[in-house]
Structure formats: C-alpha cells, structure tokens
Design a protein around this ligand. Structure first.
Ligand SMILES: Cc1cc2nc3c(=O)[nH]c(=O)nc-3n(C[C@H](O)[C@H](O)[C@H](O)COP(=O)(O)O)c2cc1C
Length: 374
C-alpha cells in the first residue's frame, strides 16, 4: 500500500492550456543518440520511451532539431521537415498509448553543433565566439534574415508536433544551445536588435515564444501546451548571471506559458552570482514567477522523500532524468508502497532488461561520475 505521505506526488495536475496530467512526475528531456542518420526515430528508441511511459504524468522527449544547421548530436531526431511527421508521430503514439502526455522538446544547437552534422560544415551562433567546449571552432554569426528564418523554423516544428499528435512543445532555451547563446553575453556580441544589452539579448528567445504561441493558436484543435526550459547561470565571465535570469523569468512570466523548466543537475544548487547566495536558485526563480507561471524543477532527485522535500519550495511538478533511465518503475514502486526497491544505480548487466539503446548505454557506462555504478 502506498505511504500516504507521498500522495502529493501522485495528485493530478492541469496546465493553463487544459492539458491534464495524472500525476506530478515528469520524465526530463534526455538525448539518447539513437535515431537514424536521416533524423527519423529508431525502433530501439521507441521501445525505450514506451518502457518509461504510462507511469509518469508527462514525458518530455529528447531535443529534436528544428532546422538542418541546428543538429547538435549524432543520432538526434529531426522535426525540421514535413517528411519527419510520421517519425515524430511514432514516438508520440508510443508515449501516449501507455497513458502519459507527450511533449516534444524543440532545439537548435548553434555553436555546439559538430561541423560534420550541419550543411557545409558551417557552425552558426549569435556571435563569432567559440564555445568553451570547443575553443578551436569559431562559429559564424547569423544574419538578420537567418535569425528570422530560425524563429519561423521553431514555429514550423511546433506545427509538426501538433500534426504528429503531441500534447505540447518545450522550447529548449537551456544547456548552452542556440537560444541560450542569444541570451548570453558570452556568445552574443551583437549590437543590432538581437543583442547589445540584456533586453535585446532576450529578443530572440521571446520571439520564438511568440512564434510558437502564434502557431499553436492557429493550428492546435485540442489543448496543446508550451513550456520553456532555461539554465540559470553560466560559469564564464561575461556569462548569464542570476540577475539576468530573473529578468528572463519576469519576461517569460507575462507570456501565458504552461510552465517554465529550470535545467539543473542539482535541484538545490545555489547561485554563483547575485545578492542571495544562500538561497537555492529554484527558490529565487519560483519567487519571481510567483503565481504567474508554474515552475518545473529537476536535478538529482532520487527518492520520493527527496521529491516531497522539493515540493516544499512550492513548485507543482518534478522532473526525473537519470532516475527514470535506471528505474522506469519509479512511480509504480511509490504507488505500491515499494519505494525501498527504487534502484537508480547502473547495474552492468541491466541494458536489455531496461530497454536502453546501445548509444545511450555506452554513454552511461563511459561517462564517469554521471551515474552511480554497481
Ligand atoms: C543522457 C542525458 C541526456 C540529456 N539530454 C538533454 C536534452 O536533450 N535536453 C535537455 O534539456 N536536457 C537534457 N539533459 C538534462 C536532463 O534533462 C536533466 O536536467 C538532468 O539529467 C538532471 O536531472 P537528473 O538528476 O534527474 O538526471 C540530459 C541529461 C542526461 C543525463
């Protein structure tokens, strides 16, 4: 029998758009490097999602590129052309058949794209500033026309998500990719309408939000949600500060989004910058968003006790990433009072049982410190 203390995790939830979740647990977006070279999803990937769907209220997919020069990973799937709709549809159907809602994460990799994945090997960004992850590659700054075209590509990918049967899209403004590159003073060295000060650095992210909203209003016949994910700070100087992020949260809070999603590896992490170094970032963000937009939190939440504690910050939804790769039955175990059996460590012979595609499995076992291994 379920421990009644955990009831808040399993209560239903309705978003502003009307999309309804059966509980408060979300599968975090996680790249799995397992799609086919043409950008269509593979059987292994569809099985992997099917195994993790049904118990959680919402599954956010791995990021999908909205345009060919935004492909950021080998084995990333595409939402960049109408021929991809059947592939997108397969994934949505696998998630929804089990009873979870399905949200497509839409993305452009910008300066983080490997040159061999983008047309002509030409890597683009907000400015011509190399990524700290690849100092020898100087991206080309996008032209005004190209920027306008990429904004439209996010809208077109949203239309494809609607046609493919998703319940929403999450705009990937986090983890150092193109949208964040526009918001960041590290990568955005422009002095036109897209950069030069904090307000202008928000122009591209907010234009994407507006375009996605426009497309949803025009094309969605059923409830369809829009979320936005961001990373609160950058390590570089100059880089995104906590104060910058609170301004972004302020702007996003007026956009009638279904949620904002803070990308963190540790839910309780504290700011590097600002006046309130002792309070977790999530608390500062929640305080700024207030009742205007719900916040999803994530990062190293392993047990239902930890999830309950996270709810005390006032956020309504918790995302689990690595935990659901390793234990797809996390929610069921809580529901049945078997939470002591939750096991988020990597067991070396578990790949087949957990239906994890080879590229994701190889990443897990070859990235020290990423997952606890037994
Ligand atoms: C294998 C892997 C792939 C990821 N891919 C994405 C992604 O495509 N989009 C994204 O926004 N975050 C991505 N993340 C970050 C996760 O969504 C999440 O924020 C992070 O894993 C922390 O949560 P956890 O401690 O519950 O795993 C990825 C994380 C992992 C481990």
């Amino acid at each position: 029998m379920m421990n009644p203390n955990y009831k808040p995790l399993l209560q239903s939830y309705s978003f502003r758009s009307g999309v309804h979740l059966s509980n408060r647990i979300v599968m975090a977006p996680m790249t799995n490097w397992s799609s086919k070279p043409d950008g269509s999803v593979s059987d292994e990937e569809v099985q992997y999602y099917g195994r993790r769907s049904g118990q959680v209220g919402l599954v956010v997919t791995a990021c999908a590129y909205v345009t060919p020069n935004g492909k950021g990973f080998h084995g990333e799937f595409g939402a960049d052309r109408d021929e991809m709709i059947p592939s997108l549809q397969r994934l949505a159907a696998a998630i929804k058949a089990k009873g979870s809602k399905a949200v497509l994460q839409i993305f452009h990799g910008g300066r983080e794209c490997p040159p061999e994945l983008v047309p002509g090997g030409e890597v683009v960004s907000a400015g011509s500033v190399p990524s700290p992850n690849n100092p020898s590659l100087t991206p080309r700054a996008l032209s005004n026309e190209e920027i306008t075209s990429i904004i439209k590509d996010f809208g077109d990918a949203t239309r494809r998500a609607i046609e493919a049967g998703y319940d929403g899209v999450e705009i990937h403004g986090a983890n150092g990719y193109l949208i964040q590159q526009f918001f960041s003073p590290h990568s955005n060295t422009r002095d036109d309408q897209w950069g030069g000060n904090l307000v202008k650095r928000m122009t591209f992210p907010l234009a994407i939000v507006d375009e996605v909203k426009r497309v949803v209003a025009e094309h969605a016949r059923d409830a369809f949600l829009i979320g936005y994910r961001f990373s609160p700070e950058e390590a570089e100087t100059p880089g995104i500060t906590m104060a910058d992020t609170l301004e972004l949260v302020e702007a996003l809070s007026t956009k009638e989004l279904d949620y904002i999603h803070v990308s963190l590896m540790d839910f309780w992490s504290k700011p590097r910058t600002g006046d309130e170094l002792d309070r977790p970032r999530i608390e500062l963000i929640k305080e700024k968003a207030a009742d205007r937009v719900p916040v999803i939190g994530v990062g190293a939440i392993h047990s239902p006790e930890e999830a309950l504690k996270a709810f005390e910050t006032g956020i309504p939804l918790i995302a689990l990433g690595r935990e659901l790769i390793m234990d797809p039955d996390w929610v069921k175990k809580v529901e049945e009072g078997n939470e002591s059996e939750i096991n988020v460590t990597v067991e070396k012979d578990a790949q087949e049982r957990l239906m994890i595609p080879d590229p994701l499995w190889n990443a897990i076992i070859n990235t020290p410190g990423w997952f606890p291994v037994v």
